[in-house]
Design a protein around this ligand. Structure first.
Ligand SMILES: [Fe+2]
Length: 364
């Protein structure tokens, strides 16, 4: 048992008292993986557990008493006072100040528990710890327990998870870009239109405060929302006159075609549904399924607004581009009835802000 290994520790009456309590609780304290120290009312370290000793040994600490008899507050003051101007040293000094304040509050009875996460550079590698300080009631000498729980394996697992997640996001992005490229090679208009829709969706998503993950999914969906047009004959896509009814039916099959192409890809966003739903309308007048209201996912409602605005304000094979005012008039007329009101308002707010910024930066 760690507490029985050092006879020197039990030389004073205070140590004997602490040692008695330590012996009582040692099976529990030594079984903990956290590095535990028992502290008196002045901050002096009375006892430490086996995990504390093992960590100290593993990091080449030559102190045979493992800090026992030293004052924890003095050790923290030493870190603060010796800190240079480096970023790491300032971080250590700031942490030491917080821990010292927390320990004093626990010792004075003002705080039931102090807890903080902190990084620690051992001679060989970087570690992360969770420091917990709690009172030790009912003992004559021991007044607080300090426990350092090694979070390193958890933090490393978390870092690896984040790395894999970023890699996966990159793979999804590359997949979408490859699909978008396939469209671009065949139909330059659709490719340019999809890029414009991405820009508008980004603006709307930012105004609506979508979180980063959802915004990323929205933009990927927007980037390939017309992927189903790859199955529409090029002479229909580029026809300079009004489409016949059969041609229109073929053209209107593109959301479902897109869904069929994408439904087997396990994206972490509902990309296939965004594509399937981007011609649905709030009042159920859209296609292919006649969905209405909340049945249409938010991303599809955003893509719909961006899609309509860009389609109106862009040159089409059968007509020249219309003005921004025409696009705004269409969205305003359908706001809350055909198009999601919050989405339209977000887009109009973006346009107003853009006009204001352009005016402010105008040389005249
Ligand atoms: Fe479309």
């Amino acid at each position: 048992m760690a507490f029985e290994m050092d006879c020197e520790r039990q030389s004073s009456s205070a140590d004997v008292t602490a040692g008695n309590i330590a012996r009582t609780y040692s099976p529990i304290i030594d079984a903990l993986s956290a590095h535990v120290a028992l502290i008196d009312c002045n901050g002096t370290i009375l006892e430490v557990n086996k995990a504390w000793m093992r960590y100290s040994d593993a990091n080449g600490n030559c102190d045979l008493r493992y800090g026992i008899g030293s004052n924890y507050l003095d050790l923290l003051d030493g870190i603060r006072c010796c800190a240079g101007g480096g970023e790491k040293e300032l971080e250590d000094a700031s942490m030491a100040r917080k821990v010292a304040a927390g320990l004093r509050q626990v010792l004075s009875g003002k705080l039931d528990k102090f807890q903080i996460e902190y990084p620690c550079n051992s001679p060989t590698e970087r570690h992360w710890f969770l420091l917990t300080i709690t009172p030790f009631p009912g003992a004559e000498q021991i007044k607080a327990v300090i426990a350092h729980e090694d979070l390193t394996p958890l933090m490393r697992a978390n870092e690896e998870l984040l790395r894999q997640s970023a890699q996966l996001a990159c793979s999804f992005s590359n997949t979408v870009e490859a699909i978008a490229l396939a469209v671009e090679k065949r139909d330059a208009y659709t490719a340019g239109h999809q890029q414009q829709v991405v820009k508008i969706c980004h603006a709307i998503g930012c105004v609506l405060n979508l979180d980063e993950h959802r915004l990323r999914g929205l933009l990927l969906g927007a980037q390939i929302h017309d992927i189903g047009k790859i199955a529409v004959p090029i002479d229909i896509l580029g026809k300079p006159t009004k489409l016949t009814r059969p041609e229109m039916e073929i053209m209107r099959s593109h959301p479902e075609n897109g869904f069929e192409i994408l439904k087997g890809i396990d994206f972490p966003w509902p990309i296939a549904e965004m594509v399937y739903q981007h011609h649905e309308r709030l009042d159920g007048s859209g296609y292919p399924r006649g969905l209405s209201g909340e049945e249409i996912c938010l991303e599809a409602r955003i893509i719909a607004v961006a899609d309509v605005f860009d389609a109106i304000t862009s040159h089409r094979p059968y007509r020249p581009a219309k003005s921004y005012e025409d696009g705004i008039a269409e969205l305003s007329a359908g706001c809350g009835r055909i198009y999601d009101a919050a989405v339209v308002e977000a887009f109009l707010a973006h346009l107003q802000n853009k006009v204001k910024q352009d005016t402010e930066h105008s040389p005249n």
